[in-house]
Ligand binder design. Structure first.
Ligand code: ADP
Length: 180
């Protein structure tokens, strides 16, 4: 689905994040920025070794990336010029600040994109794979955080959620319809 929210096209579709033609894709990374499984592994595989070189430089400079924070590298061989790496929270039952950290991951990614003049950006469903965040709750936070941002700030022309399968897509679309 596509909906215009203030000045920003909000797109929620099924697909492969690594194939998006947007200026930046957001990686659901881990704190060590070393690549791994899930969408992180797919991004490094599709983007080639340059992304990991830049991630290692960042970790050497500033140490591992705490949950909720975001950093930026080039996109290597991807169609996107940039990858924004953010770390979602690991679900530990819900009383360990998970909701705030997940919100921060989306907000800090949007802020960093804006600082870099990026106007089109695509997100995966952060924390809902290996990090086991309950999907409905994660979708609510993801969508409310992005909606709040694009209602207040008209910087972005397009924000996409690229959901990996139909079940995840359905949860995000249904949630979005109840919010806009
Ligand atoms: P996390 O560790 O933050 O949970 P994962 O990569 O394990 O990150 O999962 C996050 C989401 O990314 C999951 O919904 C997973 O299905 C999805 N995913 C995996 N590969 C891709 C891809 N190529 N494009 C979009 N989403 C993907």
């Amino acid at each position: 689905m596509k909906s215009l929210v203030a000045q920003t096209e909000l797109v929620i579709v099924q697909g492969d994040l690594t194939q998006q033609e947007v200026e930046a894709i957001v990686n659901a990374a881990n704190s060590r920025l070393m690549g791994g499984g899930g969408v992180d592994g797919a991004i490094h595989k599709a983007g080639g070794p340059q992304i990991l070189v830049e991630c290692k430089e960042i970790v050497n400079r500033q140490g591992s990336l705490p949950p909720g924070e975001a950093v930026i590298t080039s996109g290597g061989n991807l169609k996107s010029a940039y990858v924004i790496h953010t770390v979602g929270p690991i679900w530990r039952g819900g009383n360990n600040n998970e909701a705030v950290l997940l919100k921060n991951a989306y907000n800090n990614s949007l802020k960093l994109a804006k600082e870099n003049g990026i106007k089109t950006i695509a997100f995966p469903s952060i924390s809902t794979g290996a990090y086991a965040y309950p999907l409905e709750q994660a979708a609510e936070i993801a969508l409310s955080t992005v909606l709040d941002f694009i209602k207040k700030d008209t910087h972005f022309s397009e924000v996409r959620f690229i959901l990996f399968n139909e079940d995840i897509l359905n949860v995000y679309q249904k949630k979005c319809l109840s919010m806009i």
